[in-house]
Design a binder for this molecule. Structure first.
Ligand code: CLF
Ligand code: SF4
Length: 523
């Protein structure tokens, strides 16, 4: 089985990445530390394949890593930080940091002008064939900075016509811009809706600035909610695909989000993304400073499961930065700083980019066929047992990451009905400079202790032993296999062992969600 994710066929310019010390294809390197150291919606939009969605919707989501869980194994997004101002205040946001709606609360490294942003898009498109979507998501609100936002879209649409344009907004100014959004062919809009009841809203939003006036408390929340729902209805009537992001804030809007889910579904939203609150005192946010906690992994999953009966749920969000670049589980923004951009030769090659997409399609079909085969086998079993497994992957839908090199683990729920992506868990790197870090191992175990097994491409004897002690089986014999095939194959064997009394599928402990998204390493 090949270790590469996918090699773009005519990637003359993409090869240049390698000479820069960057990688397009992420070939596996077994270095160092090993020896030392997501109801009724089974065909949900976010995880669905071509056969599960109407053709015109599939065309819109198949290359969008956020709107299709399937696509996020292959395709990348990039954000450009052209929108610094905001027109509301959220209690989980500190303006010194980038937008917590669509990013972790980390500082945006560089704000860009529309011209700089368009150049950056071309540079990334020249070097990363996987990048199919440009999103504007902050660091403030894109529609509180409409001129910069739409100018950027205009420049990118002219220079890189195959890149999908995407927007994320708090919704306050949305109804005023729907026409422009449509005129600019922005196919995907995310609105962050945390409440539909102003009584709940006043605990989340201290103020909004609307029509030259600052509103506070319940009045502010009422205006915001009305504008969000109005904007949503306007967009869906124009057939623009809408995703709703909601921040789950235990004790404030957790139960209420079921109502939000119903309200947005009835207004035609395509996808609902319930994200855990990011809240730590060092972020300097109101919630951080007042000790408001975020949900645990099981609390988040329970709410997502409850809403899944209503509509498609997104579970693979990485709450990324407003200047993120790369696959959702990685951040390569540090490779594209203003300073480095000047030395990158712009060579946007539409033909090579299309060839890459074609290859992804072929790879997808192969993966689907293998999954189907395995599914038929598992469906013969008669059991209600559901298990969680964690997977170390660097993309391509394969078990292809070394345990010590994983910055996150993807978690799948497996049963006789199949394997379903239910989330990811960020961890500290276990392998640091060739040696295993015991402290990091602790964070991994805490993050995946609700899983019965962890699938890896390779693992050393020390972490293997520690995982076994914690009741998590390290599995390396599915190295470089497709994830679903591995998960279903493992499930079949696990079931056999349960039936023979060799393993006890008792309830696992709850896992901890690590705060924030991946932080770009200096490159
Ligand atoms: Fe960016 Fe958002 Fe578009 Fe995606 S992100 S503007 S829809 S291209 Fe995606 Fe990032 Fe989650 Fe947003 S993983 S925070 S959902
Ligand atoms: Fe912060 Fe975004 Fe809320 Fe504005 S909308 S306050 S930038 S989280």
């Amino acid at each position: 089985m090949s270790a590469a994710v996918i090699e773009p066929p005519r990637a003359k310019n993409f090869q240049r990445l390698k000479t820069l010390g960057l990688s397009v294809t992420s070939s596996i390197q077994h270095q160092g530390c090993g020896s030392k150291g997501g109801s009724g919606k089974s065909s949900c939009g976010s995880g669905a394949g071509a056969g599960d969605l109407p053709e015109e919707i599939w065309e819109k989501v198949k290359n969008h890593p956020c709107y299709s869980e399937e696509a996020h194994h292959y395709y990348a997004r990039m954000h450009v930080a052209v929108a610094p101002a905001c027109n509301i205040q959220c209690n989980y946001c500190n303006r010194k940091y980038d937008c917590a709606n669509e990013s972790r609360p980390g500082v945006v490294s560089e704000k860009l002008t529309p011209e700089e942003a368009a150049n950056k898009v071309l540079a990334v498109a020249s070097l990363i064939p996987q990048m199919t979507v440009l999103g504007i998501a902050g660091p403030g609100d894109p529609l509180a900075n409409p001129d910069k936002t739409f100018k950027t879209f205009e420049l990118v649409a002219k220079k890189a016509p195959d890149i999908k344009l995407c927007l994320s907004t708090n919704g306050l100014a949305l109804p005023d811009h729907v026409k422009r959004i449509k005129d600019f062919n922005v196919d995907h809009v995310t609105i962050t809706i945390n409440m539909i009841d102003p009584e709940v809203g006043e605990k989340i939003y201290p103020w909004v600035f609307y029509k030259h006036k600052r509103y506070k408390g319940r009045d502010a929340a009422k205006i915001l909610s009305e504008r969000q729902l109005e904007g949503l209805e306007m967009l869906t009537s124009e057939k623009i695909l809408c995703k709703i992001n909601s921040v789950m804030i235990p004790g404030i809007n957790d139960e209420h989000l079921v109502e939000v889910n119903k309200a947005v579904k009835s207004r035609g939203a395509f996808l609902h993304n319930i994200m855990p609150l990011i809240s730590a005192p060092e972020h300097g946010t109101y919630f951080g400073l007042t000790g408001q906690r975020g949900p645990t992994a099981q609390e988040l999953k329970a709410l997502q499961d409850k809403c899944e009966g209503q509509m498609n749920m997104m579970r693979h969000c990485r709450q990324c930065r407003a200047d993120a670049v790369g696959l959702l589980g990685e951040d390569r923004s540090s490779e594209f700083t203003k300073e480095k951009l000047s030395s990158i030769e712009l060579n946007y090659d539409l033909q090579a980019r299309n060839a890459y997409k074609l290859q992804v399609e072929q790879e997808r079909q192969k993966r689907m066929a293998e999954r189907e085969k395995e599914l038929q086998e598992v469906a013969k079993e008669n059991s209600d047992l559901k298990i969680l497994v964690a997977v170390a992957t660097k993309g391509g839908g394969k078990v292809n990451e070394h345990f010590g090199h994983a910055k996150e683990f993807q978690v799948y729920e497996v049963s006789t009905k199949g394997s379903k992506f239910i989330g990811h868990r960020r961890v500290d790197l276990y392998c640091q400079g060739g040696y295993g870090e015991d402290d990091a191992l602790e964070t991994v175990i805490r993050a995946i202790r609700d899983c019965v097994a962890v699938f890896v491409a390779k693992i050393g004897s020390c972490p293997k032993e520690a995982l076994q002690k914690a009741g998590i089986e390290p599995v390396d014999h599915y190295a470089f296999e497709y994830i679903e095939k591995a998960a279903l194959g493992y499930y079949k064997d696990y079931l056999r062992r349960v039936n023979e009394g060799l393993v006890d599928p008792t309830k696992k402990a709850d896992a901890l969600i690590r705060q924030g998204a991946l932080i770009a390493q200096n490159g």
